[in-house]
Design a protein around this ligand. Sequence first.
Ligand code: HEM
Length: 199
Amino acid sequence: MQLTIKMWGLSIIALALIVIAIAYAVAPSAASPESLSEHIGYMLRVTARVGFGALLLAYVARPLVLLIGWGRPLLIQRRYVGLAAAASLTVHFGYVAAFLITSGEPLDGVTGVFGGAAFALMWTMALTSTDAARRRLGAGWKRLHTIGIHYVWLIFMQTFVGVALESGSRWAEVMAALGLVALCIRLAAWLSQRFKRTA
Ligand code: HEM
């Protein structure tokens, strides 16, 4: 049973990486200096969207089961869905480095601190996503993962809303709308739990 869960979980991470690999194949060429910056911009957008998609699935997995009893398989695979988000964001990090090196644009302090903290939190969550780490960290584990997922959600949302307002990108609008729907699902589940406890 545990092995089947693990196999499915690893397939989820592989699927995210395959989507990114396909995007790499169809992206403007990285080999030619004329299209390199387009390649980097394209891959930054793809890795952000794949990462956010996976993050949202992990974000709503438990609330959906609590609210409507739907999505138990997603809840079982939540750890791997989160790892798929971390993998995608790690590729985003690689492209951020490529962007900074090739464009010569300076990294502004606010983006560096808040974006850097999102990468650090995502990787800390990925590294502590084992049963052993969960036992070792006790109550701190839940705090780390609850604060971490909300913080990374916030950085994604702030970026998508900014892009949507600046460029009118339909993709950014859709991703921001999905992020808001996911937040509403979390809030509804939280409120329903609170009312159940006080009823
Ligand atoms: C030092 C940190 C970071 C830098 C310098 C950076 C840089 C960039 C750049 C240059 C783009 C491409 C803009 C374009 O060409 O349209 C981008 C897109 C994006 N990044 Fe990052 N990034 C950073 C960290 C992060 C983090 C931590 C997240 C999320 C947690 C994130 C989420 C996004 C999103 C949502 C997009 C827009 C995708 C779209 O247009 O659909 N970034 N980033």
